[in-house]
Design a protein around this ligand. Structure first.
Ligand SMILES: *Cc1c(COP(=O)(O)O)cnc(C)c1O
Length: 225
């Protein structure tokens, strides 16, 4: 490992410890730290493992497949991006948890390519059309249809509002906790670099953190190769 890489390790280890400390100040609950590695090279997977993160997460099927071809990770791999049914197959051998399932057609394709896979239902609680997720009133029916295909529905996932208003964030995160409770889903995946403390305060069991661990991403969010 080069000197630059060992410096990266120390920095990411320190940042992960800081995030864990901030979470511990808010709750005694165990909150998983999922390292979001999109737009960072495959080496970020190793950094995440070295920093004691619980999982890594990727947003784009093509980027995930490219990294998986050159790197291995001991951590579970979560998929957190918008996915088309026709991309499911390309990553079904690599993904351990599908967090961003928001339509029955995608769930059916996951059930076909990865029978019994662990999935979360993504719910859009802000009404922002740029964000994925089913409408809150559809979540129950979608979860039932996912279960009917044999998928293991283990959690609910959401993105907080883009508008950085604390009350709006809190309301969205509180709503996800309520939906997860109503549907018997143990995991509530919510909270990112800028809002994980509000999410933890409202019941998050899993935060998805990218830039606070690895630094800023390139603007278009895709990997440069
Ligand atoms: C990019 C992304 C994250 C992490 O965002 P940061 O602000 O870098 O922590 C978390 N969840 C999803 C769905 C994302 O797309």
């Amino acid at each position: 490992m080069s000197a630059a890489e060992s410096g990266d390790v120390a920095r990411v280890v320190e940042r992960a410890a800081d995030i864990r400390r901030r979470i511990a100040e808010l709750t005694d609950r165990r909150v998983a730290l999922v390292a979001v590695t999109k737009s960072h090279p495959a080496g970020a997977w190793e950094l995440a493992a070295a920093a004691g993160c619980d999982a890594i997460a990727e947003n784009y099927a093509q980027e995930l497949a490219a990294k998986a071809a050159v790197a291995r990770t001991s951590l579970p791999v979560h998929f957190i991006g918008r996915i088309q049914s026709n991309k499911v197959r390309s990553v079904s051998g690599v993904v351990d948890v599908w967090q961003s399932v928001d339509r029955a057609s995608v769930a059916a394709e996951i059930a076909r390519r990865a029978p019994g896979a662990t999935v979360f239902v993504q719910v859009n609680l802000t009404g922002e059309p740029t964000k994925g997720g089913c409408a809150p009133e559809e979540a129950g029916r979608l979860v039932a249809s996912m279960r009917a295909t044999g998928l293991l529905v283990a959690g609910a996932m959401t993105l907080g509002p883009t508008e950085p208003s604390v009350p709006a964030r809190r309301a969205a995160f509180r709503a996800l906790t309520r939906i997860a409770d109503d549907l018997g889903l143990a995991e509530r995946s919510m909270g990112m670099s800028d809002d994980f403390e509000d999410a933890v305060a409202e019941g998050s069991t899993m935060v998805r953190v990218g830039s606070a661990l690895f630094g800023p991403r390139v603007p278009d969010g895709t990997i440069d190769r």
